[in-house]
Design a protein around this ligand. Structure first.
Ligand code: AMP
Length: 472
């Protein structure tokens, strides 16, 4: 097995790695570090969780060693390396890693991102920093304010380039690249390679070496679980799983901002401490929620794909796909939040009938068939709350029901339709209005539903149901 020393890293860097507990390089590090030390451009296909930060940061630092100095003059500390990331969260994490890697080297680093006052960043920039980690928009604010100079940058890193494009940073990236010296080393990392990314790589990189590590592959340490369920019962199933399995630190993905807020509110009502992060939340709100989640005081963090980008929590144990992503590559990004650096993680997907097509796309992309497991009591064709979760029967006035759920046309399975009126399940609303009561073991769950089913997920939806409406 290759060691970091064999990759040619300097003693001061090796010492920091040792202190951080990095024993051996990950595959991406093994491939990128020697090449980048020689100054070649790199196009890396690697998702978060593979160790790509160290893969680009370690050679970058080593190449800056000749410039390391303890001088106090800002002129001795020009920006020599620029690392661009799509989000504030990722920028912070990258800079934290950089700081740790150069603990024994007199090189300075700083992270700048938008959504917070620019004034706190200016005095530090003025003192001089060699390594700047930035989100594109805020970097351009500083360029505009003339609070930084990029004319001595000799290394450019674009991290999570695909996400930067998704977030509309392409024009900003072009403007930034135009400000850099032509002579420089470039490294670009992306989990996915749509056409636009390839074009961007062509314009920025100079004869790059393409390094691919587990592209579109999910980390082996992540157990992937698929629970087929009626779309109306997802909230109950999620609550059931969190409570009965006593899940802590659960990151839940929803497809929309509205759905994200709504789910967090409902989970709170059901007694699970939850918060939401998405694009409409302020930086302060996002920071607060993330910090609480990281500290373990917030049990469930509900997030949209964009807001969750870059969340890096050591040993994040559970990721739940409450809504399956419509883009299969987002699935890979999402579940890359868990199972990092060899720590075991579990990715749980709640799949409704209308989402089976997305599941197929995901299976195709990752090259694995995900075996569905029905949770007893949450059989996929069943919309309503089963009798065994027996709640006080609610006398429901027809007018009230139609006012609350005007367009609902759920087909109740025959077995429940035939139940006498008084024994029919309580309404969904009654369940959500009252605190969660852990269910007793289901009286007569079919034997098959206790076992992982070998049927394709679509076949498990017993009754035709209308696809749920997409919340925007
Ligand atoms: P990254 O993909 O860069 O976000 O890294 C994911 C996690 O793995 C981070 O928490 C790193 O600190 C950790 N890590 C990276 N490389 C190694 C390594 N060689 N050994 C142990 N942990 C590592």
């Amino acid at each position: 097995m290759t060691t970091f020393a064999e990759l040619g890293l300097a003693p001061d860097i090796l010492r920091a790695l040792d202190e951080m507990g990095y024993a051996t390089p990950t595959p991406i590090q093994e491939q990128v570090i020697p090449l980048a030390l020689q100054g070649g451009d790199i196009l890396g296909a690697a998702q978060t969780g593979t160790g790509k930060t160290a893969a680009f940061a370690l050679p970058l630092l080593q190449r800056l060693l000749p410039f390391a100095n303890t001088g106090t003059s800002p002129a001795k500390h020009p920006i020599r390396a620029l690392i661009l990331t799509p989000t504030r969260e990722l920028a912070i994490q990258v800079e934290e890693s950089v700081k740790a890697y150069c603990k024994h080297i007199p090189l300075r680093s700083l992270v700048v991102y938008g959504g917070v006052s620019i004034n706190t960043q200016i005095p530090i920039l003025k003192t001089g920093v060699e390594i700047l980690v930035a989100t594109p928009g805020r970097l351009l604010d500083h360029v505009q304010n003339k609070t930084l100079m990029l004319n001595q940058v000799n290394t450019l890193v674009l991290d999570e380039a695909d996400r930067m494009l998704d977030m509309g940073f392409m024009p900003d990236l072009k403007r930034i690249v135009a400000l850099l010296p032509a002579q420089r080393v470039n490294m670009m990392f992306s989990a996915t390679f749509p056409e636009e990314i390839r074009k961007l790589a062509d314009t920025i990189l100079n004869q790059p070496t393409f390094i691919e590590v587990a592209r579109n592959a999910t980390a082996v340490t992540v157990t992937q679980v698929v629970h087929p369920v009626h779309h109306e019962r997802k909230r109950q199933l999620l609550t059931h799983l969190i409570k009965t399995r006593d899940l802590k630190q659960v990151l839940v993905f929803t497809g929309t901002k509205l759905g994200c807020n709504r789910l967090a509110n409902e989970l709170n009502k059901l007694g699970l401490h939850a918060d939401a992060i998405h694009g409409d939340k302020t930086q302060q709100e996002r920071i607060k929620a993330l910090d609480a989640f990281k500290a373990g005081t917030l049990r469930v963090l509900v997030a949209t794909d964009v807001a969750a980008r870059g969340i890096d929590i050591e040993a994040l144990p559970f990721v739940v796909n409450y809504d399956l992503p419509h883009n299969a590559e987002d699935y890979v990004h999402r579940i890359g939040r868990t199972g990092r650096a060899g720590i075991k993680g579990e990715a749980i997907s709640l799949v409704s009938e209308s989402e089976t097509r997305y599941l197929k796309d995901i299976e195709k992309l990752i090259g694995t068939a995900l075996e569905p497991t029905i949770v007893p009591g949450f059989e996929p064709g069943v919309a309503d709350v089963p009798a065994y979760e027996s709640r006080p029967p609610r006398t429901e006035r027809p007018a009230e029901r139609s006012a609350e759920r005007p367009v609902e046309r759920v087909v109740t399975p025959a077995i429940e339709r035939s139940a006498p009126r008084g024994q029919r399940p309580a309404s969904r609303d009654a369940l959500f209005d009252s605190p969660y009561v852990p269910s007793a073991a289901p009286a007569a769950a079919p034997a098959a539903s206790r076992q992982p089913s070998r049927k394709p997920v679509a076949a498990l939806f017993r009754s035709p149901v209308k696809p749920e409406s997409t919340e925007q």
